[in-house]
Design a protein around this ligand. Structure first.
Ligand code: SAM
Length: 246
């Protein structure tokens, strides 16, 4: 059954009135009919099975017939601080990271990003990123929408991460501390921050700044992962290690 995130306050006394882009999706793309059912996700952890009772030009109405609490969010909240990437690679990180269970994405302007400055990240691109996260969360059956933060300078990302949880910066030049060792050294942290560089990696000065903020360099092994692979590999390993991935 198709799932859709809906704005808060869309459901009143089991009555639903939908407006906006979702109408086109239901009526024209999915060609749904009165009597069909969909699952509405209210982003507070509940799913509402809803039978369609009216489909017209600019509204769809329905009646909630069942509701249940979703238990699909990882207990460990991972924030991925991802160096901005060229082309569609960042889209890919958002989609796969949402499926795997990332809670927050922070696009980071690092020294070697091909993107010149924060102003180069257009509103159009951010809108597209928002849509990718919503669609991936619906497909994955997430209970909550991952948060997409505004693009941020590296130094500000370090200051943000230093405020809470265990912060790791996978660095291919780190040969002494593995990801696994970093995880066992500290009590089970419910908030883990992962810094992944852009295609050209982090500059030495950025690693030094990260260390000053208590962000721990770790190795992801002897193979060099592409920037769009590394965050997903680290997230999967961490969630698996903490029992949040099967
Ligand atoms: N120096 C890399 C190269 O030679 O291609 C460029 C950086 S790599 C493509 C992009 C990012 O992925 C790095 O900044 C790092 O965060 C992460 N990464 C990739 N492989 C890694 C590894 N084996 N250990 C730790 N981090 C890695």
């Amino acid at each position: 059954m198709h799932r859709f995130f809906i704005p808060p306050n869309t459901i009143h006394d089991n009555r639903v009135i939908l407006r906006g882009d979702i109408i086109h999706q239901i009526r024209d793309v999915l060609r749904m009919r009165i009597g069909d059912s969909i699952i509405l996700l209210d982003n507070s952890g509940f799913a509402h099975q809803t039978k369609l009772t009216l489909i017209d030009r600019d509204t769809v109405r329905g009646t909630v017939e069942d509701r249940w609490q979703l238990d699909t969010e990882p207990s460990t909240h991972i924030t991925l601080y991802q160096g901005l990437l060229k082309g569609q690679k960042f889209d890919w990180v958002l989609q796969k990271g949402t499926e795997i269970g990332i809670t927050t994405f922070v696009p980071v302007l690092a020294a070697r990003c091909i993107v010149g400055n924060l102003e180069d990240v257009s509103g159009v691109r951010i809108d597209r990123w928002e849509r990718i996260v919503v669609e991936a969360a619906e497909q994955a059956g997430r209970a909550s929408l991952p948060h997409l933060a505004n693009p941020t300078l590296f130094i500000h990302a370090c200051e943000l991460a230093a405020r809470s949880g265990l912060s790791l910066i996978p660095w291919e030049e780190e040969h002494n501390r593995s990801l696994r060792e970093a995880l066992v050294q500290v009590p089970k942290s419910k908030q883990i921050n992962i810094f992944i560089g852009p295609e050209g990696g982090f500059a030495e000065e950025e690693i030094a700044v990260a260390k000053e903020h208590g962000i721990i360099p770790v190795s992801l092994g002897p193979r060099i992962l592409r920037a769009e692979t590394a965050g997903l590999a680290a997230t999967s390993a961490i969630l698996y290690e903490l029992g949040d991935l099967g």
